[in-house]
Design a protein around this ligand. Sequence first.
Ligand SMILES: [Zn+2]
Length: 171
Amino acid sequence: MMWRIGTILSACLAVGFLMGLGIKFAYESTTFKPYEWKNVPIIANCYGDDFSELQMTRAIHYWTIRGESIGFYEHNPPDSICEAKDMIHGFIVLKKAKWWELDPATLANTRRMTSGFKLVAATITYRPGAQNLDLLNEHELGHAFGYAHIEEKGHIMHPIYGMMGPKFWIP
Ligand SMILES: [Zn+2]
């Protein structure tokens, strides 16, 4: 009898866990901005010298005038940040993709780490050469600030680079 109670209990826990994941997934896929940062993030350029500081400054400005905040932008961060194996709490790190990291159709990818529904870390990985494309940093930084995709032509968060534009509105 004991083992049956144990089995039923663990089955309930598993179902509860899956429901939790399902709710989180539904929330992420239906909410335009599912996440906010827990603390104001610092942006660190670990891509290298061929990342245009001007392009990044412009992308940061794009979001700060729309209400997002960053601590500061570090164009030449120390190795301790750029060579860290894990994502670093409080940082948005910009990185150059290794050849196996992005599929051929992807210009850049943003990975986010959350704690509950708060963002604690993000990494933006760029295909080599894509880092200075017009509006790409604005788009990826949008993900890093918690925004999802929206298929509206001309919107900065359109998932297709050719359909993206400089506009932003909350749908
Ligand atoms: Zn995107």
